[in-house]
Design a protein. Structure first.
Length: 139
C-alpha cells in the first residue's frame, strides 16, 4: 500500500481591513523638547595637579619598533600566501581559458589596490619617518 500523496495547499492572501489606521500621535506643544542629558546635573572634573608628560624617547622608540614589527610580520605573511596562490590557482583552474580569464579579471583590481596602498604608505609613513629621522639628527 502506498502512502497518499501530499498536495500543496494554495496560499490565500487576505486583504487588509479598512479599519487599519496609522497610530495617532499625541499633540505636541510649542515647548522645545529637552533630552535626558539636560536633566542630569553637570559633573565638573577637577583639573589634574600633574599635567600629562610627553612620552619619553624610549617609549616612542618602542612604539615605533612595535608598529614596524607588526607591518613586517604582515608583509612576510602576505608574501608567503603569495607563494601559495599560484599553486592553488593551478589546482583550481588548470592551464586553460578559465585560468587566463581569471588572471585578466584579477589584474585590474590588484593594480588599483597596489596603487591605493602604495599611495597611502607614501603619504602617511614616509613623512612621519622622515620627521623622526630629522628629529634624531637634530638631537
Amino acid at each position: 500500500m502506498t502512502p497518499p500523496r501530499r498536495v500543496a495547499q494554495p496560499v490565500v492572501f487576505r486583504p487588509l481591513s479598512r479599519d487599519v489606521r496609522p497610530p495617532v500621535r499625541p499633540a505636541t506643544s510649542s515647548r522645545p523638547i529637552k533630552s535626558a542629558a539636560a536633566h542630569r546635573p553637570e559633573r565638573s572634573v577637577p583639573p589634574s595637579p600633574h599635567p600629562a608628560a610627553p612620552p619619553s624617547p624610549r617609549v616612542a622608540r618602542s612604539a615605533l619598533v612595535s608598529a614596524s614589527l607588526t607591518v613586517l610580520v604582515a608583509f612576510v605573511f602576505s608574501r608567503l600566501l603569495g607563494l601559495w596562490r599560484p599553486s592553488l590557482l593551478a589546482a583550481t583552474f588548470g592551464n586553460g581559458p578559465a585560468a587566463n580569464a581569471f588572471q585578466g579579471a584579477f589584474a585590474v583590481p590588484d593594480f588599483i589596490f597596489n596603487l591605493v596602498v602604495g599611495g597611502a604608505l607614501n603619504s602617511a609613513f614616509i613623512p612621519v619617518f622622515a620627521e623622526l629621522l630629522g628629529n634624531r639628527r637634530d638631537s
